[in-house]
Design a protein around this ligand. Structure first.
Ligand SMILES: [Fe+2]
Ligand SMILES: [Fe+2]
Length: 317
């Protein structure tokens, strides 16, 4: 590869410094492109794999209303995956390649989706805490430096706030129910609280890519800053619900104007990220099966498109 002209590099740096958008047609450093492909793909995979734990409850939702809400939510996640794969494709990779990298374990997705959904309350807890954490992570990404990614995030964030509210509303309904329902909510929150905190990634000191990503305007906040924001946001919501968060170190720090809180089990996080979580193998196997089962649809769509194009050519000839 030939070295880029100094003007191109200056233009890129100036665009990032102005907090303007880099577009697919613009020159960009190869490392910037690679970082974005990795991040957007990981994000897209998370949306698609994230359909599984909740999809698990669609057939067992307790009422038609709950089923309609859950179906709509899971379908939204499929849409998020599609916007993000499209954004990623503008960087010169195909969706086929990205899917292959996922099912071959060469690209990751969020560790949270490797935990099982054991009770119906988990649908509420995922909406409240997991989509809540996703919102904290994603709102700043609406202003990320790469245009297609930022624009996809704007629409995604609007839908995520519906997800968070439907989860909170579900939990609130259960908390107003029987003792058994309240216990179910508490048990679910106890299981999901720590994995939700892990969604922001390792502590800043162990996050080697953060500095470069911030310099490029891809990330605008550090992992620890976002985690703090999420804890501060969740504590009053937990009080409103009447659930306790399973952290004995959690308390308001007057001086800092933030909550102090304990650290998740980072060894567990690393284990889950590396494929050793309770559901990693199941999630990827399920995605692989869906990909293989859908091969005929992709082949048929391609054959149809080719035939249409040939017919068009005949007409214009
Ligand atoms: Fe989503
Ligand atoms: Fe969501």
């Amino acid at each position: 590869m030939t070295a880029p002209s100094p003007e191109l590099e200056q233009q890129f740096d100036a665009t990032v410094a102005r907090k303007d958008r880099i577009e697919p047609r613009d020159w960009m450093p190869e490392a910037y492109r690679k970082t974005l492909v990795r991040q957007i793909a990981q994000h897209a995979h998370s949306e698609i794999i994230g359909m599984q734990p909740e999809g698990n409850w669609i057939g067992r939702a307790p009422s038609l209303r709950r089923k309609a809400i859950l179906l709509a939510k899971v379908q939204d996640e499929a849409g998020h995956g599609l916007y993000l794969y499209s954004a990623c494709e503008t960087l010169g990779v195909t969706r086929d390649e990205l899917t292959r990298m996922l099912i071959e374990g060469r690209q990751k997705y969020s560790s949270i989706f490797n935990y099982p959904t054991l009770s119906y309350a988990d649908v509420g807890t995922i909406g409240w805490l997991v989509d809540g954490a996703a919102i904290c992570n994603q709102v700043p990404l609406c202003r990320t430096s790469f245009g297609p990614y930022g624009r996809a995030m704007i629409r995604i964030c609007k839908e995520e706030s519906f997800h968070q509210r439907q989860g909170f509303e579900l939990l609130m309904t259960m908390m107003r129910g029987t003792d058994e329902q309240r216990a179910m909510v508490q048990e679910s929150v106890d299981r999901f609280w720590w994995p939700a905190l892990m969604m922001f990634g390792p502590p800043d000191a162990d996050s080697p890519n953060t500095e470069q990503s911030m310099a490029w305007g891809i990330k605008t906040h550090t992992n620890d800053a976002l985690r703090q924001k999420f804890v501060d946001m969740s504590v009053p919501q937990a009080t409103a619900l009447g659930v306790t968060l399973p952290d004995p170190e959690l308390r308001w720090n007057e001086e800092r104007g933030h909550h102090d809180f304990g650290q998740p089990d980072w060894a567990e996080f690393m284990r889950v990220v590396k494929g050793g979580g309770p559901c990693n193998a199941q999630r990827v196997a399920h995605r692989k099966r869906a990909w293989e089962d859908g091969a005929w649809v992709r082949e048929a769509a391609l054959a149809f498109a080719e035939r249409e194009a040939a017919a068009q050519q005949e007409v214009s000839a």
